[in-house]
Design a protein around this ligand. Structure first.
Ligand SMILES: [Fe+2]
Ligand SMILES: [Fe+2]
Length: 202
């Protein structure tokens, strides 16, 4: 019994941490829409990020349901503000925001989610695995949207995208971009290894 309770608490902690990330992701999607009014951006930019905001809200809702099924709720546990720190560090420039939030943080989500899905499956947590799979598929789209608009801005500013991304990440991201990378998912998002492999070498 105690063992079972401990693993339940562990699962609540994981779902709670993910629900917190998704709540921040909702705010970040609306922030990218509202903040960078100095850039003249096409309608499609706003449509893309409204789609992201909508999907992040769906993700938060799905995780909240999973927490409820375990007798827990979002807000029960403390949460870190790493994502919001990244938002603040990149609030000065849309190029920096796109380099760090979708192309470092959301791309990192693609790297780590398959192992989480596998763990849930092997523990017989079918519903949790299903929710994570929905999130994983949608997040490939979010990385793709980030990359599309990063490329758009590089082209507009006459910048070479690979070197520009690496410089932006070195300047505005405090953590390390580290392997193992999920190159299949990153490729599916149109984010090739030529960007991040050079950066991860010490
Ligand atoms: Fe999400
Ligand atoms: Fe996302």
């Amino acid at each position: 019994m105690p063992k079972r309770r401990a693993s339940g608490a562990k699962r609540v902690a994981l779902l709670h941490a993910l629900a917190h990330i998704e709540l921040n992701a909702i705010d970040l999607a609306w922030d990218i829409i509202a903040r960078f009014t100095n850039e003249a951006l096409p309608h499609a930019f706003y449509e893309d990020w409204v789609t992201v905001a909508d999907e992040e809200a769906k993700h938060h809702g799905l995780l909240a349901e999973r927490l409820a099924s375990l007798g827990a709720a979002y807000g029960d546990l403390p949460a870190h503000d790493g994502l919001w720190q990244a938002a603040e560090a990149t609030a000065h420039d849309l190029l920096a925001r796109l380099a760090v939030v979708p192309l470092v943080l959301e791309a990192r989500g693609l790297d780590v989610t398959p192992a989480m899905i596998a763990k849930c499956e092997s523990a017989g947590e079918t519903h949790n695995a299903e929710v994570l799979r929905v999130i994983y598929e949608d997040e490939i789209g979010h990385v793709a949207i980030g990359k599309r608009w990063f490329d758009f801005l590089c082209q507009r500013r006459g910048l070479e995208p690979v070197a520009t991304w690496q410089t932006q990440v070195r300047c505005h991201f405090k953590g390390i971009v580290k392997p193992p990378f999920n190159t299949n998912a990153r490729d599916a998002a149109g984010f090739p290894s030529s960007y991040y492999e050079g950066l991860s070498v010490p």
